[in-house]
Write a protein that binds this ligand. Structure first.
Ligand code: FES
Ligand code: FES
Length: 212
């Protein structure tokens, strides 16, 4: 039997460690410098998230992920839980203009942050251009990955516009372009089990105003 490395880290361990760090950051200033020990039951912690332009005050167990805060506490179920392990991208939301996997982040770490979910991008009556392009190009089948794909796609075009480089650029110092290869590389963290990738790429190309 293989010996367990003393450096092996479990996901639960990482989450618990992050929760402790987030709690420490929220502890009263006088407690942070002293020898205050972590209570056995951490109880609920107050935080405020700015979700889709609205300030939402919450009181959560510090181990609550941002994904669960959105889905279970704010009832914004557009954001999907696929793997809950940072592997599929279904839970992608935009936080302070950056896309993240909300299943890998604790809600408490986002106190005061501006969060955009699929519900905040557009509505069926007034769709975001990326949502409309996904519809036109059939960028989905079952639709489960779609909210994450769309949030990611919107953030990807914004990243390219802001000149943030990626691994597929031949010259990392050159301004990135919204090429098919570039967009596919940047979308590689969003998995679609239905395989709608080429239609998603077409939708993104249309919004970017480039050849598919
Ligand atoms: Fe977050 Fe899969 S649910 S990456
Ligand atoms: Fe079904 Fe992507 S549309 S998983």
């Amino acid at each position: 039997m293989a010996e367990k490395s003393e450096f092996s880290v479990s996901r639960r361990g990482v989450i618990m460690g992050s929760a402790a760090t987030a709690m420490a950051a929220h502890a009263p200033a006088e407690a942070q410098g002293g020898r205050t020990t972590m209570p056995a039951d951490p109880g609920l912690m107050p935080l405020t998230l700015k979700v889709n332009g609205q300030s939402r005050a919450l009181s959560l167990d510090p181990r609550t992920t941002l994904l669960d805060a959105l889905r279970e506490h704010l009832h914004l179920t557009g954001t999907k839980k696929g793997c809950d392990h940072g592997q599929c991208g279904a839970c992608t939301v935009i936080v302070n203009d950056q896309r993240i996997n909300s299943c890998l982040s604790l809600a408490l770490q986002h106190d005061g942050d501006a969060i955009t979910t699929i519900e905040g991008l557009g509505t069926p009556e007034a769709m975001h251009p990326m949502q409309a392009a996904f519809v036109r190009h059939d960028g989905y089948q079952c639709g489960y990955c779609t909210p994450g794909q769309i949030c990611s796609a919107v953030a990807v075009l914004d990243e390219i516009k802001r000149g943030i480089p990626s691994h597929v650029q031949a010259d990392i110092t050159a301004r990135p372009q919204a090429t098919n290869a570039e967009m596919r590389e940047r979308m590689s963290g969003n998995i679609c089990r239905c395989g709608a990738y080429s239609n998603i790429a077409d939708a993104m190309a249309e919004v970017a105003g480039v050849e598919a």
